[in-house]
Design a protein around this ligand. Structure first.
Ligand SMILES: Cc1cc2nc3c(=O)[nH]c(=O)nc-3n(C[C@H](O)[C@H](O)[C@H](O)COP(=O)(O)OP(=O)(O)OC[C@H]3O[C@@H](n4cnc5c(N)ncnc54)[C@H](O)[C@@H]3O)c2cc1C
Ligand code: SF4
Length: 474
């Protein structure tokens, strides 16, 4: 059987790939969008959703100081299908740095226009007060009592959210604006567009005459160009394996992750965890803008594995679960890791070690969150460190916890925002190209740790990739 033909193949339907595919179709191109994962449907419970729609059943992790989970989506819509929906614009200082570093090849104002376009497509809007979780209300109350300004409701990608608390486990109301809903749903029936889910890109041959790609199962497709949008942990595999672009050797390095953790607070009143928007409120640290506090919610079926306790201590907190509030924080990291693929694209091996300065920020973030809960009336707070003394009942007890000495290996954290493994100007060109015929449009091109939740920025990179390809065609 001969190769199929399209104008463009897009691999990966997440924040970057979906935006790129939609813009290419709108520009008149015939596009095949290949997605490794299946179409998501609301699952029976959170655990089942993780098994079905997270890469490696949610067990993807970086090695280093300890085990650092890096959850990513493996489904139509990519990680946007299982994300919290928070929308933040690309920070202006980052845009200015990129423009300066690119020698004019990256335009901050053009990119801002695409950020606004992504914002509109995602229907980003401020979470209404009535969908605020009890945890968020308590955290904001604590800030107020401490005299810390700036707590606010976050902007979110949603259309009809009723606050059912399951954003990270496939929205049961189909209200969250995933990249599928924002960019692809409207293309159903369009003869120039095909979404092929449940199959994956396996090989690439690229040259001046176009690209030839092979999919799992053996199908071959010829196209003018390939848009690589398999995500920060998979895209560098293709760049290195098939030597795409002059700087392919650097692919996989430069991994930033926004390390994140959460604090538990035990209150007298009931805290109805699932009711509300889990990540509906937040604040930037008043003294260190590299630390950002955002709401979080862990469903009961997953709680036990996220509490840094065992035995009787664990039982005590689990028994009190209805009265336990949770709030999270993340940092703009200066540490960098890398991703390698000794077992192929689908099995990334990530490494990441935390610098002392990043660790100090994580300690500050944990104490700050705990202080807010105590100020709001928490009886006890539980901090995300696997050490014996990780609970406190008041400010003095909190100050006495030996967190500084514990070290990153004791910190129970996660990494929700892997970025940078094919950074602009380092592996990808400033126009996102990786050699003739190949353009990268996912989190891997983000050239530094952003410090804000990245889906809007990545979608803008998707639109930018498509605009540059359409420009090349015209
Ligand atoms: C639990 C969680 C909560 C989050 N919350 C937020 C939030 O509130 N706000 C925010 O801005 N960001 C959030 N994020 C992060 C954000 O969703 C991601 O940064 C973003 O979706 C990444 O976009 P991407 O295009 O780089 O990759 P992805 O969205 O991960 O998409 C990559 C896609 O490529 C597919 N793929 C991989 N390999 C292949 C292959 N060989 N062939 C074909 N397809 C392939 C994958 O299956 C996947 O669907 C969250 C992340 C997590 C895990
Ligand atoms: S809070 Fe509920 S309805 Fe709103 S986006 Fe999240 S899962 Fe959907």
């Amino acid at each position: 059987m001969g190769a199929e033909r399209r104008d463009f193949v897009v691999a990966g339907s997440g924040a970057g790939g979906a935006a790129a595919a939609a813009r290419l179709v709108a520009g008149g191109a015939r596009v095949l969008l290949v997605e490794e994962g299946p179409l998501a449907r609301p699952a029976g419970d959170a655990f089942e959703a993780v098994q079905r729609y997270y890469a490696d059943g949610g067990l993807r992790a970086a090695l280093g100081d300890g085990l650092l989970p890096i959850p990513t989506g493996r489904t139509v819509g990519g990680t946007t299908t299982i994300n919290s929906g928070t929308c933040l614009r690309t920070p202006a200082d980052a845009l200015a740095r990129w423009e300066g570093a690119s020698g004019g090849a990256f335009s901050a104002s053009s990119f801002s226009r695409l950020v606004e376009e992504a914002w509109r497509a995602l229907k980003a809007k401020t979470a209404p007060a009535e969908t605020m979780t009890a945890s968020s209300r308590l955290f904001l109350k604590g800030l107020e009592r401490l005299g810390i300004p700036g707590g606010h409701n976050l902007d979110r990608a949603e259309d009809g959210c009723v606050g059912s608390g399951l954003c990270c486990f496939v929205c049961p109301k189909d209200a969250k604006m995933t990249s599928y809903k924002a960019f692809l749903a409207g293309l159903e029936g369009n003869a120039r567009f095909e979404l092929r889910s449940g199959t994956s890109l396996v090989a690439v041959e690229a040259g001046a005459g176009g690209v030839r790609v092979r999919l799992r199962g053996g199908a071959e497709v010829r196209a003018e160009g390939l848009v690589l949008a398999c995500g920060t942990t998979a895209t560098p595999y293709f760049v290195r394996k098939f030597r795409l672009g002059p700087d392919w050797r650097g692919a996989g390095a430069g991994l930033s992750v926004h390390p994140a953790a959460k604090v538990f607070g035990l209150f007298d009143e009931e805290v109805e965890g699932r009711k509300g928007v889990p990540q509906g409120a937040g604040v930037v640290d008043p003294e260190d803008p590299a630390i950002r506090y955002e709401g979080v919610y862990v469903p009961p079926e997953m709680s036990a594995m996220t509490v840094p306790l065992e035995g009787r201590g664990l039982k005590r907190w689990m028994d009190a679960k209805p009265r336990v509030a949770t709030f999270g924080f993340m940092i703009r990291d200066e540490s960098r890791g890398r991703v390698d693929h000794p077992l192929g694209a689908a099995h990334p091996v990530a490494r990441y070690r935390m610098s002392p300065r990043d660790y100090a920020r994580m300690v500050r973030g944990a104490r700050f969150t705990a202080r807010a809960f105590l100020a709001a009336g928490a009886r006890r707070v539980l901090l995300p460190f696997n050490i014996e003394a990780n609970e406190a009942a008041d400010e003095r007890g909190l100050a006495a916890l030996p967190l500084e000495a514990a070290g990153p290996a004791a910190l129970q954290m996660m990494a929700f925002h892997p970025l940078g493994t094919c950074g602009l100007g380092r592996v990808a060109g400033w126009d996102q190209s990786a050699g003739p015929g190949v353009t990268i449009a996912d989190g891997s091109v983000v050239p530094e740790s952003l410090g804000v939740n990245p889906q809007v920025t990545i979608a803008a990179f998707g639109l930018r990739a498509a605009e540059s390809l359409l420009g090349v065609r015209a």
